[in-house]
Design a protein around this ligand. Structure first.
Ligand code: A3P
Length: 296
C-alpha cells in the first residue's frame, strides 16, 4: 500500500512498481496542453481512451479509409499510453510526438505528480458503479490468470473488493479523491460516469470535446462527425477490431471487451452482497452528488 492505495508490488506485471511511482511523482513534467484520462481499472478506460483519441485527432484522420484509422487497427491502449506502464513502467518509452499529449492513468489523486495538478492541463475522470466494476474486474482477473493457476471465486473477489483491495483501490477513496478535486477545479477536470456515457453517448462526446477545447463545428455536426466517432468507439466496433492478438504478453486484446453494459452485477451478486456494497457506498459517498445508481 502506498499513500492509502493498493498497488502492484513487483514489476513482473509489466506495470510500474511503487518505486517507479515515486520517481514519477518527483520527475514527471506535465504541460498545460496535456490531457489526462483518469479511471479506476474496469471503469471504461478503453472506451474513454478511444473517444478522446478520436476527438482530438479527427482532423488528422478525416480522410482515413476504413482500415487506416488507428482505432480500426489497434487497441485503444496502444493509441493512448498509461503513465504507469508505457511512460514509467517496464515497457517504457512511448512518445507519440503529437500535440496535445494524451495520457491515461489509474493513479489515485493523492499520488498524482504535482506537476499535473499545477500545470492547468485538462483531466477527464470517468468512474463506474462499484458493483459493475467488481464484476468486470472479476472476469478480467480470471481471464488473465495463467491457465495453470486456479480461477478466483466470485466470493473471494467480493470479499477483497469490499475491503478495498483492488489495483489502485479502495474503489471509494479513488472516486472520492477526484470528485473532491473536481469540485474545486471545474475548469480543469471533467467528472463523468460510465453510466451517463452509455445513456447519452452523443451528448457526452460533444461535452468532452467542448471541455477539451475541441468543440464540434456546426458543419461537422451537420456532416455527422459526432455519430461517426460514437460508432468508431462503440463497443461493437472496438470489440470487433480487437477480437484477436495480444495487447502485451499475457493480455489478449479481447480481455478489454466483455459485455459493455450497465447493470451486469445483477447476474452475479447475491442479495446479501448487494446489500453490503450498497451500504458501504452510501456511507463512503455520503453528501456527494454522484449520479450513477449508487443505491441500486
Ligand atoms: P464489462 O466487463 O462490464 O463488460 P476498462 O477499459 O477500464 O478496462 O473497462 C473495461 C469495461 O469496459 C468492460 O466492462 C468492457 O466490456 C467495457 N467496455 C470496453 N469498451 C467499451 C465501449 N466501447 N463501450 C462500452 N463499454 C466498453
Amino acid at each position: 500500500m502506498y499513500q492509502g492505495f493498493w498497488h502492484f508490488s513487483h514489476i513482473s506485471y509489466d506495470v510500474f512498481s511503487v518505486e517507479a511511482m515515486m520517481t514519477m511523482q518527483n520527475t514527471f513534467q506535465a504541460q498545460p496542453t496535456d490531457i489526462y484520462l483518469i479511471t479506476l481499472p474496469k471503469s471504461g478506460t478503453t472506451w474513454i481512451k478511444a473517444v478522446t483519441y478520436a476527438i482530438v485527432n479527427r482532423e488528422r484522420y478525416k480522410n482515413s479509409t476504413l482500415s487506416s484509422h488507428p482505432l480500426l487497427a489497434y487497441n485503444p491502449h496502444k493509441c493512448v499510453p498509461f503513465l504507469e506502464t508505457e511512460v514509467f513502467g517496464k515497457t517504457s518509452v512511448y512518445v507519440d510526438g503529437c500535440l496535445p499529449r494524451l495520457f491515461a492513468t489509474h493513479i489515485p489523486y493523492t499520488s498524482l505528480p504535482q506537476s499535473i495538478l499545477d500545470s492547468g492541463c485538462r483531466i477527464v475522470y470517468m468512474c463506474r458503479n462499484p458493483k459493475d466494476v467488481l464484476v468486470s474486474l472479476f472476469h478480467f482477473t480470471n481471464k488473465l490468470r495463467d491457465k495453470s493457476r486456479c480461477q478466483m471465486a466470485f466470493d473471494e473477489a467480493f470479499e477483497m473488493f469490499s475491503k478495498g483491495i483492488m489495483p489502485y483501490g479502495p474503489y471509494w477513496d479513488h472516486v472520492k479523491g477526484y470528485y473532491n478535486f473536481s469540485l474545486e477545479h471545474q475548469k480543469n477536470i471533467l467528472y463523468l460516469t460510465y453510466e451517463d456515457m452509455k445513456e447519452d453517448t452523443v451528448n457526452r462526446v460533444k461535452h468532452i470535446a467542448e471541455f477539451l477545447g475541441y468543440p464540434f463545428t456546426k458543419d461537422e455536426e451537420a456532416r455527422g462527425v459526432v455519430g461517426e466517432i460514437v460508432r468508431l468507439c462503440g463497443f461493437k466496433s472496438l470489440s470487433e477490431v480487437n477480437k484477436h492478438g495480444d495487447f502485451r504478453e499475457g493480455v489478449p486484446n479481447d480481455a478489454f471487451f466483455r459485455e459493455g453494459k450497465v447493470g451486469d452485477w445483477r447476474n452475479h451478486l447475491t442479495d446479501e452482497m448487494t446489500k453490503v456494497l450498497t451500504q458501504i457506498t452510501e456511507q463512503k459517498f455520503h453528501g456527494m452528488d454522484i449520479s450513477f445508481e449508487v443505491g441500486a
